[in-house]
Design a binder for this molecule. Structure first.
Ligand code: ZN
Length: 425
């Protein structure tokens, strides 16, 4: 299987640890020159970048959040001479103040390198036509794909978003092998193909779809793969980490997202206590950048929920750790009887019970200050509430009530399923 940078992608754990410590110290020296960062670090008792002597010292550093980026709008977090800046991107936040990421020449190169690795990981090679469907503009998606295409020497089709008919025509005329878009656009693409007046329902050259910035279910993934005869890849990265692809993608083994560990340190923390969690436990993903110049990130809390799946060498040969595909945000977290959990965990536990179907609901109900949890689930005959409750207790650490319903009887919602119902809470 193709690797863009075999040396970097197959480093041993010792080599990675050495690189990470060097990179962390480098990032700290950079941010130390910036008032905004230095103040925040000083509050936590850091008196100089030299205070960090090992990777364990990372836990002494403060966390940074999206709100920090907003407070620092537009360039208060920039750590280099303004004349070194070559580009910036921004994402609009829910509060209206955008999050800005600025790039030096080396930062753009780092981004392109990460993207080139993602392309190679999806099986794309020099000369393959690649259609970029995220917009070219302030949003990082279009340009990120473009910088990567240049690095990987792909034949770039800079379609940008919209005009589905034209997208399909471009794919056919230029024998496009791969494309990148938001996954929610693909059903529209399929709809258009299905309605082709000439009965031309396929794009034969198409082999690869790379989807970012939205979480999507395995079921949607399978549907897309089957209909378009392509392989789907889940690309990861956000404005704050430096854009699309900077923090990784899944490989052809599809057993988690490889994080570029020579570029970023990954931590999974308890979103409430900030404590670093052991591998395998779900929590908030936190990234520290190692090679970024203009706006390095230190312990940046992404609000994305995942877990570390493995630090072992993958079937693809890469040694970088793998995190689970992102399936939720910290805002989705539930706390019951002192136990934190996510609807996704309930879903996974339920699917392990033979006879249990896809539809379920978590009902939270407050009685005298205590929260009772009932999990309603559709299942075949023979599955009892007791079986459901017992299994959830083993998996989640608390005992909910389990109610079983015949298939088709729980309410369905349009679009995103509503899994959590709160009563008097
Ligand atoms: Zn792999």
């Amino acid at each position: 299987m193709g690797m863009w940078n075999r040396t970097a992608e197959t480093l041993s754990r010792d080599e990675l640890a050495a690189l990470q410590l060097k990179g962390l110290q480098k990032s700290l020296r950079r941010v130390w020159c910036n008032d905004f960062y230095r103040e925040r670090l000083s509050v936590k008792g850091i008196s100089s970048p030299e205070d960090v002597k090992s990777l364990d010292d990372l836990s002494k550093l403060p966390f940074f959040t999206k709100d920090d980026f907003r407070d620092a709008y537009p360039l208060k977090m920039n750590c280099v001479d303004r004349r070194e800046l070559m580009e910036f991107h921004q994402s609009s936040g829910s509060t209206g103040t955008p999050v800005v990421m600025a790039y030096t020449k080396n930062d753009l190169n780092q981004w392109a390198e990460c993207m080139a690795r993602c392309y190679a990981m999806a099986g794309l090679e020099k000369g393959d036509a690649f259609q970029i469907m995220p917009t070219f503009g302030l949003f990082n998606g279009g340009f990120g794909c473009y910088h990567g295409c240049r690095k990987a020497h792909l034949f770039c089709v800079p379609a940008s978003s919209g005009n589905t008919e034209r997208q399909i025509k471009l794919m056919r005329d230029f024998h496009v092998k791969g494309f990148c878009s938001v996954v929610s656009y693909v059903p529209r693409l399929i709809e258009k193909l299905d309605a082709d007046p000439n009965g031309d329902f396929d794009i034969p050259s198409l082999k690869v779809g790379i989807f970012g910035s939205e979480t999507f279910s395995d079921e949607l993934r399978r549907r897309i793969e089957k209909r378009l005869h392509i392989e789907c890849f889940d690309i990861y990265g956000m404005t704050e980490t430096g854009g699309i692809g900077t923090t990784g993608q899944d490989c052809m083994a599809h057993n988690g997202i490889h994080v570029w560990e020579d570029q970023y340190i990954t931590e999974i923390i308890d979103p409430v206590t900030g404590e670093v969690l052991p591998d395998g436990e779900y929590g908030e993903v936190v990234f520290t950048s190692l090679n970024r110049e203009a706006m390095p990130i230190i312990r940046y809390r992404t609000r994305d929920i995942s877990r570390i799946l493995s630090r072992e060498k993958c079937a693809c040969g890469r040694t970088s750790l793998r995190i689970d595909r992102i399936t939720g945000r910290t805002d989705d977290m539930l706390i019951v009887k002192g136990v934190n959990f996510y609807p996704r965990q309930v879903e996974e536990a339920l699917m392990e019970i033979p006879g249990v179907k896809d539809e379920f609901q978590i009902v939270l109900e407050e009685h005298d200050g205590m929260t009772d949890v009932t999990v309603n689930v559709e299942a075949e005959e023979g599955v009892t509430g007791h079986m459901v409750a017992k299994h959830l207790r083993e998996k989640l650490g608390f005992l909910p009530k389990g109610d079983v319903f015949p298939v088709g009887s729980l309410p369905r919602s349009e679009g995103k399923a509503k899994r959590v119902v709160r009563k008097n809470v």
